[in-house]
Every structure is written in C-alpha cells, then in structure tokens.
Design a protein around this ligand. Structure first.
Ligand SMILES: Cc1cc2nc3c(=O)[nH]c(=O)nc-3n(C[C@H](O)[C@H](O)[C@H](O)COP(=O)(O)O)c2cc1C
Length: 228
C-alpha cells in the first residue's frame, strides 16, 4: 500500500470512508492520528458548519485528512472554497459525476481530487478529466450503493485503471486479509466505513454500534427508500 499511503500522506492506505453525521472531528482525527486517513463527511452541512468542523478536526490532529463533498449539494462551490481556505489536501467528490468546473476549482486550491467511479467507462472519463485518484465501491458497502458487488467491480476495473491513478476499493471490507487481497489485485488502498462506526472514538449512538456488532452477514438489508 506504499503508493496509496504516499498519495494520501498517511502511514497506511486505509481511508475511513465519509459517513454523514458519523465522520466528524472525533472519528476523523482519531483515524488520522492512528496512521490511517480520516475523511470528514460534509453531507448536508452548510459551509459555516463545514468551516467549523475542519477547524475542529485540525485542533485534534496535525496529520492529513480529507473532506467528502456531495456533488448535488446546492452550495458545492462555497464548500470547495471552505476547503481551499483551510488548505484541505484531499477532496472526495461523492454522489455522481462532478458538475462542470468543480474539478478545476478543487485543483486550483492545490488539493487532490478523488472521485467515485461507478462504471469502467466513467472511470476512464474521470481519469481523462484529471482526477487524481478513484474509489470503486461495491454493493456490500454501507450508505448509498450501486448494483455490482465489490469483488466483481474490482476484477473488472482494477486491471484497466489501476496503473493510471491510485484506486481505493470500498464495500464490505472488514479484515486485513481482504485488504491484502485487493492490494494484490492492484488497488493502491482501501476505504472502510461500517467497521469504523463501532470505533470507541465514533460518536454514533451506542445502540447503533451494538446493532452492527451483534449483526450477522444476513442481517444487512438494502433499503430502497429512506425510512420516513
Ligand atoms: C452510516 C454510513 C453513512 C455514509 N455516508 C456517506 C456519505 O455521506 N458520503 C459518502 O461518500 N459515503 C458515505 N458512506 C459510504 C462510506 O464512505 C464507505 O464508502 C462505505 O461505508 C464502505 O463500505 P463498508 O461500509 O462496507 O466498509 C456511508 C456509509 C455508512 C455506513
């Protein structure tokens, strides 16, 4: 994982995937202090909230961390400006193709841009557009998911794109052996979410953590609609 770690500036190329309202200063700083790479989930935050969250994280760690912005956020360009103000080194764009001008705006601030690539064709398009790294995320992931499993996506995409840019594999990874497997296939690193929900440093409700810890694989259910 040397290539991924060099790209992130961390000791190990393990990104703690942004989780809305979970990946805040405490978890993000703990991840980065431990040698991984924490990512603040901006989610639906206002620019003012993000500004405070980045400042709060910086107070807890002097190690590199990233910020995850969702492309359909109405204030996307203001959020990019907040990241630029704080000299955030890595911005992850999630939730669809980056809108016109967003990649350029992030790169102008000196930050590296990481995008999610849902298909091989889009991965190649994003690489041509100048993204610095990609995340490929299978349907085993927590959060909003695509239709293809991580293992199939990885076999389809890594051989074609892993030499061009660092690729981080996400979705259903919970053990070191699985990380080693994806690195062996050409990944530069991995992104884990669910595993870190249960971390002591995570502010998620204790009952939420307990639900994960008690669950077995078959308890994971993909829902088609957010519970009203
Ligand atoms: C509770 C929760 C919230 C999430 N929120 C976001 C988010 O706001 N933005 C995003 O890009 N990914 C989000 N994700 C996805 C994670 O960043 C990560 O890619 C995913 O959890 C990896 O799969 P795993 O959960 O199997 O480790 C979320 C995941 C979880 C479990």
């Amino acid at each position: 994982m040397a290539r991924g770690a060099a790209f992130l500036g961390s000791e190990v190329a393990i990104m703690a995937g942004a989780m809305s309202w979970v990946s805040e200063r405490n978890l993000v700083a703990a991840m980065s202090n431990a040698g991984g790479f924490g990512v603040i989930a901006c989610g639906a935050m206002t620019p003012e909230l993000l500004d405070a969250e980045i400042a709060g994280t910086k107070a807890l760690t002097d190690k590199p961390f990233g910020v995850n912005l969702i492309t359909m956020h109405p204030a996307l360009f203001d959020l990019i400006a907040v990241c630029a103000k704080h000299k955030v080194g890595h911005v992850v764009l999630a939730g669809g193709l980056p809108p016109k001008g967003s990649l350029e705006a992030i790169k102008e601030s000196g930050a590296k841009v990481i995008c999610f690539a849902p298909t091989l064709a889009l991965a190649k398009k994003l690489i041509r557009s100048g993204v610095d790294a990609l995340v490929i995320e299978g349907m085993e992931a927590g959060g909003h998911i695509g239709p293809v499993s991580t293992s199939v996506l990885a076999q389809e995409m890594l051989p074609e794109i892993a030499e061009s840019v660092p690729v981080f594999v996400a979705g259903g990874i919970g053990r070191g052996e699985a990380i080693a497997g994806y690195l062996d296939m050409g990944a530069a690193g991995v992104q884990l979410g669910t595993r870190f929900v249960c971390a002591t440093e995570s502010i998620a409700h204790p009952n939420f953590k307990k639900a994960f810890i008690r669950a077995s694989a078959r308890d994971a259910v993909a829902s088609v609609q957010i519970d009203p």
